[in-house]
Design a protein around this ligand. Structure first.
Ligand code: CA
Length: 190
């Protein structure tokens, strides 16, 4: 049963008597076995954090660390809303949430215009260590998926780190969303 809940969002209920409507994005996640979460009840706490990265690639396009939490999901690096490091050994991008938080979902928006392979093996870690040596939430194994959802099951920490281990690479992220919401189902997470 589909219903228009706002001007831009079509939602549906799995059961006629269910008083919860799911967005089309959640429908996609559910049907692809990734995970399911009521994003509407969760808050993207990344926006109020502070981002830093191992280095910043300097060019005519803005690549600063804060571009990954500016609220713009534009995945074309040329549009000044993505980050980029130099080709660092084990490059990292880190978000300071300012206080310890329980994290349930992290969405990583990759650059889609080219160089998708650069995010291969990217690790997402959460914890209280500012040196990125924190418990692992998930790893990007399929870099052809330009937006990856990680389910972190309430892993708590002040810092969210993304790290590419074991090689020199340019780390680029177009947006990182960090949700403090609870999951209702938890199938297979990336
Ligand atoms: Ca952005």
């Amino acid at each position: 049963m589909f219903q228009q809940i706002t001007d831009n969002v079509a939602a549906y209920s799995l059961f006629p008597d269910e008083d919860v409507f799911r967005t089309m994005e959640e429908h996609y996640m559910y049907n692809h076995g990734v995970c399911f979460v009521f994003l509407s009840s969760a808050v993207n706490i990344a926006r109020s954090g502070e981002a830093t990265q191992s280095s910043t690639y300097v060019s005519g396009v803005s690549s600063v660390a804060s571009n990954a939490i500016d609220g713009r999901k534009d995945q074309d690096w040329n549009h000044n809303s993505c980050t980029a490091t130099n080709e660092d050994w084990e490059p990292w991008w880190r978000l300071d949430l300012k206080q310890k938080q329980s994290v349930y979902v992290i969405k990583v928006y990759a650059r889609s215009d080219r160089f998708l392979e650069r995010l291969k093996d990217l690790e997402v870690r959460i914890g209280d260590s500012p040196d990125n040596n924190n418990p692992l939430c998930g790893t990007i194994t399929n870099y052809n998926i330009i937006t990856t959802t990680f389910c972190c099951n309430g892993l708590a920490g002040r810092y969210v780190s993304t790290v590419i281990p074991g090689r020199s690479e340019c780390l680029t992220l177009c947006e990182v969303e960090v949700y403090n919401g609870t999951m209702t189902e938890n199938d297979v997470c990336w």
